[in-house]
Design a protein around this ligand. Structure first.
Ligand code: HEM
Length: 409
């Protein structure tokens, strides 16, 4: 492997394990695209891919670029259901069985039926803020709103206990942070292990309860569903429910945090959506492109291959930089600028190919409802600090906290 690198002889500053890089990744991505679009990263023992075309080609070629090691790589020994792989870690054709089933539950007509509940959830959280803090003041937007809103919606969709949403959020945070496990001490690892066990125990209880007495929710639906005469096993149902919780919580939470963090620096965009809520979806598309909640996806090569003339041996980690693809100057004009009304097409933020995000429709709907409700109820909602503290994950991007000043209309 090192020979390949020596042969190319290019040095770049990108290292996903360096918190300075992950908090401000875009200049490093630009350097990669310009100097080494297919680059070996020693700390990760894998190649990073930074151009839109290459990311797209790899995501649509599951035969050579497999997802099978995605989940094991991310969660390691902290996978709550290690005996079966969730669909995000299955390659075609096996992936199709579960995906078809999940698709049925996520068609726009079914997700659209949640619309009123989603607005109610946003209004309820705002009522809670006003009850706790009065009609104006300072709050942490992340922990008072954006972290609670998607977990409440997803709990509703899956059919789990809303009262435990703060616990769910902590479990999901802990599981996702298992990606950085190599850098943690025993105390933090013990917390992650506890969350992994709790999430499994909780979903086992829900499974047994729904088996005995089905309800009108996704878990009951998964238990009852048949695809080509086959049912999902108990572990497959647990896995799917946990995947939906993980997939649906952190991402949309981060999208909302990212949006308010950047709107502070784009008063023209903020004023435009305040004045005309119909512009919110267009602004959100550009936000997803400009600074998306998922920065990187993992694949592993199933055979020796080549990308942009660089040889990549079999069974090598390949990291796809979605955030960089979204800033590729060959794919988007003036790609480093946030232009709220540009209406970008072909953003890479939800992936591409067979694993394209199952929740893209739901998350866009949630973010639109949250913004509309927040702008209707608050005449002021503005970050108070100059600099944002970003999460140190190289995988999920979002503010750790976001102090804001608010005022009720
Ligand atoms: C802004 C919000 C979101 C972003 C940026 C996002 C991003 C992504 C990306 C990039 C993938 C592709 C993974 C891959 O190719 O390996 C993905 C897959 C997935 N997402 Fe999302 N996601 C979001 C919201 C949601 C929500 C709300 C849910 C569910 C409630 C969800 C559930 C899933 C699932 C189940 C998959 C796996 C699909 C499969 O393997 O076929 N996501 N998401």
């Amino acid at each position: 492997m090192n020979e390949i690198v020596k042969e190319r002889g290019v040095e770049t500053s990108y290292d996903p394990l360096n918190p300075e890089v992950t908090s401000r990744p875009y200049p490093h991505y630009a350097e990669l695209r310009a100097k080494a679009p297919v680059q070996w990263v020693e700390s990760m023992q894998g190649f990073v891919i930074s151009k839109w075309d290459d990311v797209q080609a790899i995501l649509t070629n599951g035969k050579i670029f497999s997802s099978a090691q995605f989940w094991p790589e991310l969660l390691g020994e902290y996978d709550p259901v290690p005996e079966v792989q969730p669909m995000i870690s299955l390659d075609p054709p096996h992936h199709m069985k579960t995906r078809k089933l999940a698709n049925k539950a996520f068609v726009p007509s079914r997700v659209g039926a949640l619309n009123d509940k989603i607005y109610d959830t946003a209004n309820q959280l705002i009522d809670d803020i006003i009850e706790r803090h009065g009609n104006e003041g300072n709050i942490d937007f992340v922990w008072e709103f954006s972290a609670l809103f998607p977990v409440s919606v997803v709990a509703e969709v899956i059919g789990v206990d809303l009262a435990r949403r703060v616990e769910f959020k902590h479990w999901v945070d802990d599981l996702l942070s298992a990606g950085n496990r190599a850098s943690y001490g025993p105390e933090r690892l013990a917390e992650i292990e506890k969350s992994s066990k709790s999430i499994r125990e909780y979903f086992e209880q829900v499974y047994e309860a729904r088996l005995a007495e089905p309800k009108d929710d996704l878990i009951s639906g998964f238990i009852a569903a048949e695809v080509k005469g086959e049912r999902l096993s108990k572990s497959e149902v647990l896995n799917l429910a946990i995947l939906l919780l993980i997939g649906g919580v952190e991402t949309t939470t981060n999208l909302l945090g990212i949006t308010f963090a950047h709107l502070k620096n784009h008063p023209e965009a903020y004023a435009a959506i305040r004045e005309d809520h119909a512009k919110i979806p267009m602004m959100l598309e550009e936000m997803l492109r400009f600074d998306g909640p998922v920065q990187m996806l993992f694949r592993h090569t199933t055979e020796d291959t080549e990308v942009r003339g660089v040889s990549i041996p079999e069974n090598t980690l390949v990291m796809l930089l979605l955030g960089s693809a979204n800033h590729d100057e060959d794919a988007f004009e003036d790609s480093e600028s946030f232009i709220y009304d540009r209406a970008p097409s072909e953003i890479m933020s939800f992936g591409q190919g067979p694993h394209f995000c199952l929740g893209s429709y739901l998350s866009r709907m949630e973010a639109k409802a949250a913004l509309e409700t927040l702008l209707t109820r608050f005449s002021e909602l503005m970050p108070t600090e100059e600099n944002v503290t970003w999460s140190d994950s190289y995988f999920a991007r979002g503010p750790k906290t976001l102090p804001v000043k608010f005022k009720v209309r």
